[in-house]
Design a protein around this ligand. Structure first.
Ligand code: F1X
Length: 311
């Protein structure tokens, strides 16, 4: 089973509003979507659709934790969460039908205890047995040390298990020292992680190089609906997604990571694996629930992703 680490899961609510306005009373349509999410769980869900079993790990607590567990069971997603005294966060997506905007209200994860963090290391290690690949996604609750993903990556190395990572800021910078196999990051977060404004191609390429210098083989830079740039040993490719009608883009990065993970586990070369990932990202945009794809959409979109050399 692929281990999908998502230390900061989410009880996700998706509200549809006819014309969302600031400083006003906004009324949502009654068919509010609720479910389990957060980057790690989103990856796990898309993997399941692609026929790949996974186990989600992280922290879970309180009444939202219970609801997330219930949704995980309903969806048939295996999990091994550390139970926390604090309540798991809720995040809210606002889809505005008139203006076609998509707003994500993200709560920070509440604090976890030192003992809960220690338990998490044990949960991570026990789920490495029989695991072909680890995905690590997203932020962490308060009190979790910034080197947590570095520790996980180092541990996975001891078991010869590749790690692919999608995170930000210090969590990313520190994780690089553990030499994950692949890092996926959006262009804005790349600049933030290295405290630089990306206002030229030169700076963009230098920052990619800094990630490689730590020993990371593949670096993927996403940029909304623009092309994803993949970099490997001095070569670069642009993956141009097909244009699709946007329903809900939240979770597209997670769908992409899942598609790449599925491709790697299937033994694909990296370029076709990334192509599948980009197709999953586009397929996610077409569905209303967060971090969800329809397999037929992925299969249809995969050949439509253009792969070009990036100069
Ligand atoms: O705070 P994080 O962990 O970076 O991101 C949380 C989040 O925005 O990510 C998912 C979409 O990628 C949503 O399910 C969730 O609300």
């Amino acid at each position: 089973m692929i281990q999908c680490v998502g230390l900061n899961p989410v009880f996700q609510r998706t509200l549809t509003i006819a014309n969302f306005r600031l400083n006003a009373v906004n009324r949502a349509k009654p068919d509010i979507l609720e479910g389990c999410a957060g980057k790690g769980i989103n990856v796990a869900r898309v993997l399941k659709t692609l026929g790949k079993p996974s186990i989600s790990t992280g922290f879970l607590g309180g009444y939202t934790g219970e609801r997330i567990s219930w949704y995980l069971q309903q969806e048939g997603l295996a999990s091994d969460f550390v139970q926390t005294a604090s309540t798991t966060r809720t995040c809210t997506t606002i889809l505005d039908l008139l203006n076609n905007t998509h707003t994500e209200l993200v709560e920070e994860g509440k604090p976890v205890s030192v003992q809960e963090v220690e338990q998490m290391y044990r949960v991570f290690e026990r789920n490495l047995r029989g695991c072909p690949l680890v995905t690590i996604s997203g932020t962490v609750p308060q009190n979790v040390p910034n080197d947590v993903y570095f520790q996980f990556t180092r541990l996975a190395h001891q078991y010869n298990i590749p790690v692919i990572v999608d995170t930000q800021k210090q969590l990313l910078v520190q994780c690089l020292k553990g030499q994950p196999f692949l890092v996926k990051i959006n262009r804005e977060e790349l600049g933030i992680a290295f405290e630089q404004t990306i206002n030229s191609e030169k700076i963009f390429l230098e920052l990619i190089q800094r990630i490689h210098q730590e020993g990371v083989e593949w670096v993927l830079i996403t940029h909304g609906k623009e092309a994803t740039i993949a970099s490997y040993r001095g070569k670069r490719w642009a993956f141009i997604p097909p244009s699709v009608t946007v329903v809900n883009p939240i979770g597209s990065g997670d769908a992409m990571l899942a598609g790449i993970a599925a491709g790697i586990v299937d033994g694909l070369e990296m370029l076709p694996a990334i192509q599948r990932g980009v197709a999953c990202g586009s397929a996610n945009v077409l569905t209303l629930p967060t971090g969800t794809v329809i397999r037929e959409d992925v299969e249809r979109l995969e050949p439509e992703v253009k792969v070009l050399p990036h100069t």
